[in-house]
Every structure is written in C-alpha cells, then in structure tokens.
Ligand binder design. Structure first.
Ligand SMILES: [Zn+2]
Ligand SMILES: [Zn+2]
Length: 229
C-alpha cells in the first residue's frame, strides 16, 4: 500500500444507495491516487448477507487489474443499538472485513445509544459521523480499537470540530472518510488534508488521520481470517 496514497474507508456502491458499480468506484479511486478503498454499503438484518456475498465475491474474484487495495465492508445503519454487536459479529463471520457503524450524526434521528453500542463492540472498526460523541465514549473507542471518523460529507461534517477536540482529549484514532455516494464525492489526498485541517487537527494529527491511522485499520481488516462461514 502506497504510504502517501489516499485511504477512504466509508463509501457506498449501488448495492445500497450509491450510484456506481464497485469496478467503477475502484477505477475512479485509482485515478484520484487512492491507495485503498473500502466499500461499506448500508446494511441491517434484512440485507446483511446479500451485501456480504456481493462485496466478498468482488474481493475474491474482481480485483485483477486494479492498482489499489480493496476492503469489503458494511455500514450498519439505523439498526437498534442492541442489534449492533450481533450484526457486527455476523458480518465478520460472513467474510466482511470492515464494519462501520452509522453514528449519531446531528442531521438524522439516529437512535440514542448507537455511539455507545458501537464503541463497546470489538467487531466494529469505525464509528462514522459520531456527532456529539462524549469523552467517555471516545475513551471506550480508544480502548476497544474503534476509530472515529472525520466526515467530508455535508451535514455529517457539522460536528467535526467537536470530534477532533474529543480525540485530542482521549487519544482515540481518527480517520477522514468521504461517505461517497456519487463520483463527485471522492476526493484526493490534498482535499482530504483540507478536511482534516479544517476540523482543527494539527499538521501531525492530520498526517496520522490520513496515513498511519487508516493504514492500521486496513492492515487489521485484511489480516488472514481465523473464522470462516
Ligand atoms: Zn452513515
Ligand atoms: Zn455512509
């Protein structure tokens, strides 16, 4: 994986509400200098298996000829907090490598308790757009290896400054994701740097959020599996 390439770990294909096929997403990501891309389609108990089968099949069979790392993921979205841990575990057993949870963004009625359920679960890799996450929840995320997201997406990005401050207080790892749904949502490393710095991260923190932190998540996500279906 290119150390200076863009790593984006939260995007949607047309398997949920994105507009692109995975191959076109990878092609466009490659053109923007991406080193790694995760597709994390929206999932709940109704469609988790279908999303897993589609993206894991692509991971196993569809990557020849692409020049970047691909990570098959899901975003558990608006599922009740008590379903997060069992669904995250099920996703990993289905071969999904990255579990993102759709956090308590200020612009949607996400169930209270979603952030907490996500940061308590070791099968969750990233808590996306966590809104006004508390310091206690961020500390739990740090302890359980759950990274927090600085979102480039309009609306979700309203609380980026708060999330940056809580991370500075707790040491939780941050990363910058686009939450891409359409081609224009993808961004190169220079634009992602602006998002990180605009959230209030120092240069060193922004470097970590664009480099070492997402690299560590990808390395963990793609390590050899101990569990199979
Ligand atoms: Zn989301
Ligand atoms: Zn999303």
């Amino acid at each position: 994986m290119d150390k200076n390439g863009r790593i984006d770990l939260h995007t949607h294909s047309f398997f949920s509400d994105g507009v692109l096929l995975p191959s076109e997403m990878l092609r466009r990501a490659d053109a923007l200098g991406y080193a790694a891309l995760a597709i994390t389609d929206h999932a709940d108990a109704s469609n988790l298996e279908e999303i897993a089968v589609q993206l894991v099949r692509f991971y196993r069979e569809g990557l020849a000829g692409f020049g970047l790392t691909f990570v098959p993921g899901v975003e558990l979205t608006h599922v009740p907090p008590e379903q997060i841990a069992p669904l995250a575990c099920r996703a990993k057993r289905l071969g999904v490598r990255l579990v993102v949870v759709h956090g308590e963004t200020p612009v949607e009625p996400v169930a209270p308790g979603t952030n907490r359920a996500a940061v308590e679960c070791r099968d969750v890799d990233i808590l996306a757009h966590p809104g006004f996450i508390t310091e206690e929840e961020a500390a739990l995320a740090a302890a359980n290896g759950v990274a927090l997201e600085i979102s480039a997406r309009g609306g979700h990005n309203m609380t980026n400054g708060h999330i940056a401050r809580v991370a500075q207080l707790t040491g939780v790892r941050l990363l910058v994701n686009t939450d891409t749904h359409t081609p224009g949502d993808m961004m190169d490393q220079a634009r992602a740097w602006q998002v990180a710095r605009g959230a209030g991260l120092t240069e060193a923190e922004a470097e970590a959020a664009l480099g070492a932190n997402p690299q560590a998540v990808v390395t963990r996500a793609l390590r050899p599996l101990k569990r199979t279906i």
